[in-house]
Structure formats: C-alpha cells, structure tokens
Ligand binder design. Structure first.
Ligand code: SF4
Ligand code: SF4
Length: 376
C-alpha cells in the first residue's frame, strides 16, 4: 500500500524542503540517538536529521578504522561518514552524539575528526537526583551549542512551540500503531516501519503530520476490505523489541513467514513515542525529564523497558515476542536474559535473534522464525 513511489515522494519532499531551508541559511544537525532532544535543534531554526544507518555497504570501509566485532549500526553509520556516501551526513554542520554504549562513544571520537561534534554526556541511570541534575546541565549545554551554531537565543516560547509540535508528531505515530491493537490489524509492521521511520530531514513537521494522517486514512479504508481481512487473519501477532530496527531483515522475515508485527518497542517504534514531553512548567526542564526516561539498555537499571513491554503485550494482544539483537551489541544482548525471563513468565513464547546487516543467515533465520510462529 505504501509503495516505493509513495514513500519516495515523501522523502523527496522532505529533502527539497530542507535544501531550500539550507540555501536560506538554516543549519543541519545530525543526531544518532533517541536521547537527543530534537526540539532544541528545531527551536534554534536548524534542521535535525537522523544518521543511524541500516546499510551493509559502508561497513567494509568503516572496518579500516573500526574492529570487525562491532555492531553493524555503528560501523555502517561511521562508514557512510568516512566515505561521504550519505547525503544526509554530507549536509550536516554539527553532530550531536550521545555517549550511550561503548562502541558508539568511541566511534564518535573518530567521527569528531570529520565534523564538528558535541558529545552529549548522558548519565547511566535515570533514577538518582544527581543524574537528573547532571542531565539537565547537559541539556543546557546542548542548548548553548545549537544557539551558538545558529547565532540565536532559544526563548521558552520557541521551545514550547517545538515541544507541542513534536508531541503532535509522537501522537500521530502512536495513533498509527494503535490501529493495530484491534482484532483486525490495520497495518503490517513493515508498512508502519517504513511510514514512521522515513529518515531524512525534519524540516517541516506540520506537513509530515498531515502525510501521516493521510496514510492512516488510507490504511483504515483498506482495513475493511475482504482481501485485507483475509491477509491478516490467523497470523500470530508479534511484538518486536531490542536494538533499533535500522535494517528490516528480521521484521520482513517474520511477515514473509506468516506472522504480523503489530507493535514495535524498539527505538523509532513505541519506545520513543508513547511518552510525550510535559507541556506544563519550564520547557527545558520538561524536555530533560522526558528524554532521560528513554528506556534504553544503555541505562542501568532499565525498568522502563519492562513496563513498556508489559503494556504493549496487553494492549496489542501479543502472541509472541521477538527480540532483535545486532551482533556486538552487549547492552541489549545481556538485557535479553531478563526480557526472556519476563516474557516467558507471562506465558508467552520468546525468540532472540542475534544477527548483522548481511544476508548470510537468511535461510537459518527463516527456519527459526517459522518454527517460532508455529508455537506463537
Ligand atoms: S537503542 Fe539506546 S543507544 Fe540506540 S538509539 Fe535507542 S536510545 Fe540511543
Ligand atoms: S544497537 Fe547496541 S551496540 Fe549498536 S549502537 Fe545501539 S546500543 Fe550500541
């Protein structure tokens, strides 16, 4: 339904909006993580762009500088920067790079040689007063860094406006996912992924929100057709969790094998949209508070993730949970033990898939996923 042409048109629109804005002098700020408060970038008049790459091609080049046993997301993103093969990276004036996992923060030291880079100092827990104070200080530093880049002062009013806009964006993505909580899911997971994770410049969120609403209407119209009902009927309802779904091989394989991914907890999915920034009180504090709650495995402890999983399993009538772990991602790989215990404790089947961006394990993946769907 959201064919390549439809999605390419949206991407084209975001690119030409951003190119025009850049020609008028707007700065482009690259981000690599869900902890980065993009509202601050937009409030300064700059354009945020997500740079986490899902392509296998740049990895070989990256491995001239990086070890081979690193998560593909890190190597791929670095390879694109090193080879200057990503138009989004090419357009950046500044990178905001969060010190999350070891691989990313050490890669950022190399990336800083290619672009001006502010290392976002992230605490390791959201649970202590000291970490909340330190994070608020860091968010203030990010504000100063983007203010300096754009030669502006970000007013509370401008920030509140962006917080409201981004909350609307989160709400519309959540609305699209929520249509899958009913008995007849409206979207396949691969459609939702493509629709909501369309990378690119965030230069005109109002239009993006309107596009998402239009796509939701299209999906709802299709959902009452007998062919759609036939298509989604009797498919095990899967929740995808784990590392960011930057490459869709696991998601695609689940749906090609007869399942349907009705919800995704990963970054870019419901982990980051189900929790709006408070629009009460001082906006910078509200922003800091919300972003520190991001339920990432880089945080210890990370109770928030179990709470989200619990809610999604109930709300989306989940039959089985698949955890995606990129090879070399220690944080999610270790946390997987607790996730398995938790999910199986609820009486649901759980499958962890550890893989990379290559197609080498396609056959093995298919066998494991098909066997899993039979018991889901
Ligand atoms: S999984 Fe964690 S480190 Fe990776 S993008 Fe999400 S918040 Fe950032
Ligand atoms: S998937 Fe894991 S190793 Fe890779 S960047 Fe994210 S947290 Fe780091």
């Amino acid at each position: 339904m959201f064919d390549d042409h439809y999605l390419a048109k949206i991407e084209e629109r975001t690119s030409s909006d951003a190119t025009r804005a850049k020609a008028r002098g707007a700065k482009v700020v690259g981000v690599y993580c869900a902890f980065t408060p993009k509202e601050l970038i937009s409030a300064a008049g700059a354009i945020p762009v997500a740079l986490c790459s899902g392509s296998e091609h740049p990895i070989q080049l990256a491995e001239q500088h990086l070890p081979r046993n690193l998560c593909a997301l890190i190597s791929s993103s670095y390879g694109h920067a090193l080879g200057d093969t990503c138009p989004y990276f090419h357009a950046t004036d500044l990178l905001l790079a969060d010190a999350t996992c070891d691989g990313k923060k050490k890669m950022f030291e190399l990336l800083g040689k290619l672009r001006p880079l502010h290392l976002v100092q992230l605490p390791q827990t959201a649970d202590t007063t000291a970490s909340r104070i330190a994070w608020l200080e860091e968010v203030r530093r990010i504000k100063s860094v983007v203010e300096e880049l754009c030669n502006v002062t970000i007013s509370d009013e401008a920030l509140s406006k962006q917080i409201h806009l981004y909350n609307r964006m989160r709400a519309v993505i959540e609305k699209a996912f929520a249509l899958n909580s009913g008995k007849v899911p409206v979207f396949f997971g691969r459609e939702l992924y493509r629709l909501t994770s369309l990378g690119g410049f965030e230069s005109n969120l109002e239009t993006r929100i309107a596009e998402l609403n239009a796509a939701i209407s299209r999906g709802m119209e299709r959902s009452i057709s007998s062919s759609h009902m036939r298509d989604v009927r009797n498919r095990p309802r899967i929740l995808l969790t784990g590392c960011p779904t930057t490459h869709t091989k696991v998601l695609d394989q689940i749906e090609e094998s007869g399942g349907i991914v009705v919800a995704m907890e990963n970054c870019g999915g419901l982990k980051t949209v189900g929790d709006p920034v408070s629009e009460e009180g001082p906006p910078l504090e509200a922003l800091a508070e919300r972003y520190l709650r991001t339920a990432c495995a880089c945080m210890t402890p990370n109770h928030g993730r179990l709470e989200i999983l619990n809610r999604l399993i109930a709300d989306y009538r989940i039959d089985g949970v698949v955890e995606l772990t990129w090879d070399g991602c220690h944080t999610y790989n270790i946390e997987a033990f607790q996730i398995r215990e938790y999910v199986e404790g609820l009486g649901l089947p759980y499958l962890q898939i550890t893989t990379d961006y290559s197609e080498n394990d396609t056959g093995q993946l298919q066998t494991r996923i098909e066997a899993f769907l039979e018991i889901s």
